[in-house]
Design a protein around this ligand. Structure first.
Ligand SMILES: C[S@@+](CC[C@H](N)C(=O)[O-])C[C@H]1O[C@@H](n2cnc3c(N)ncnc32)[C@H](O)[C@@H]1O
Length: 357
């Protein structure tokens, strides 16, 4: 079952209802739970070792050792691998490992980058005829990821430019919570831009992530983190909400992170704390994924940990508005703008930009 085949004709905002996608999702998935037959596991294993004929057996054993228990216990995952010809790919299984271990690294595949069966990082997957290529290109989660990174990059550029124009002596400050691999900077030509502002002595970027498999010093070669004005630290970002380094921020980014946080904690604790960290008219970006088949699929089949998946963009906007008005009554005043994922036929997320008033 290919995830992009689940899409329907484009829907306009008022036509979106939770059941068009949800009923179909349930229909398709109802036979996908339970263990995988021994024959199916064997066939995936055979294909995987054949595809890896050029890779080291030690590496293949390591990958298979990690993936096989998940395949054995989850027939949906076996079907997913079969439908995408994942076992024939040089990249699919290493990608799966990252889905389980390092979601931000797994997202790099949306730019055609990831580790191969030998564990070597390849930036040129899109230039190959590997079976993973259509998936990388079309999957709604990846289509949306590219849109989100571009959106954040634009936001960051406008904040840096606007602040630099206003007063060169004040360094614009950007805080990225759950920063992952900072794709918004790396994938959208911002490296030189940040270097430029750093050179002018006007940019400071604080990044935090709890994923210690990400090695920030490797991300921005040929520039060093210091050159770019980036301070990257490991840890739970919720313990950084009183960190003086994050105070007076011009832009605070939570890209692909809010869905992991229960909404009462998010609006009750995180948003008020972020309000306290922002500059006078600072901007807060976050996004919320919606309950599209692609994300439901990720949760069930890929074991994607997610606790807060609103049904559709209209529900997202209504609930953010409700929370915003409630915060307003408590003196926490933001204006808000919403951008629905426009690249997918069924919008898979809403991007929310709040500006402190
Ligand atoms: C879906 S990824 C998105 C990464 C990045 N913001 C992007 O847009 O590519 C979510 C990231 O948030 C991080 N994360 C989630 N909850 C976190 C927390 N409480 N503290 C720090 N990092 C967190 C995860 O480790 C992961 O790297």
């Amino acid at each position: 079952m290919l995830r992009h085949n689940l899409l329907f004709d484009p829907v306009k905002r008022p036509e979106i209802t939770k059941d068009i996608e949800f009923d179909r999702y349930v229909e398709i998935h109802k036979n996908q739970t339970g263990p995988t037959s021994a024959d199916a596991v064997e066939s995936i294993k055979r294909q995987f070792y054949e595809a890896g004929a050029h890779a080291s057996v030690e590496n293949l054993d390591k990958i298979w050792g990690f993936v096989s228990p998940k395949v054995e216990e989850n027939n949906g995952l076996a079907e997913f691998i079969r439908d995408y010809r994942g076992a024939e790919s040089q990249y699919f299984f290493p990608w799966l490992i990252n889905v389980f271990r390092s979601p931000a690294t797994a997202l790099e595949i949306s730019y055609g980058a990831g580790p191969d069966l030998n564990g070597e990082w390849d930036e040129g997957i899109l230039d190959t005829d590997d079976p993973i290529v259509p998936f990388v290109y079309d999957d709604p989660a990846f289509v949306y990821n590219r849109e989100r990174q571009l959106y954040i990059a634009d936001l960051a550029i406008s904040v840096m430019e606007e602040r630099a124009e206003r007063d060169r002596s004040i360094r614009p400050k950007i805080v990225d919570y759950g920063a992952g691999r900072m794709a918004w900077m790396r994938r959208h030509g911002l490296l030189e831009m940040c270097y430029h502002y750093m050179y002018l002595g006007t940019s400071d970027i604080y990044a935090f992530d709890k994923d210690q498999t990400i090695k920030p010093e490797d991300l921005f070669i040929p520039r060093s983190l210091q050159d770019l004005g980036i301070k990257y630290k490991y840890g739970d970002f919720t313990s950084q909400l009183t960190n003086p380094d994050c105070r007076d921020a011009d832009l605070i980014i939570l890209g692909g992170v809010a869905c992991y946080i229960p909404s009462d904690v998010f609006y009750g604790k995180i948003v008020p704390a972020i309000y306290g960290l922002l500059n006078e008219d600072g901007i807060f970006f976050f996004d919320l994924q919606t309950s599209t088949p692609c994300y439901r699929h990720s949760m069930d089949i890929l074991d994607w940990q997610n606790i807060n998946l609103p049904e559709d963009p209209v529900v997202v906007i209504d609930s953010v508005e409700k929370a915003r008005k409630h915060l307003w009554d408590h003196g926490i005043k933001f204006s808000a703008e919403y951008k629905i994922d426009t690249f997918n036929k069924i919008p898979s997320a809403v991007m929310i930009t709040m500006q402190k008033l």
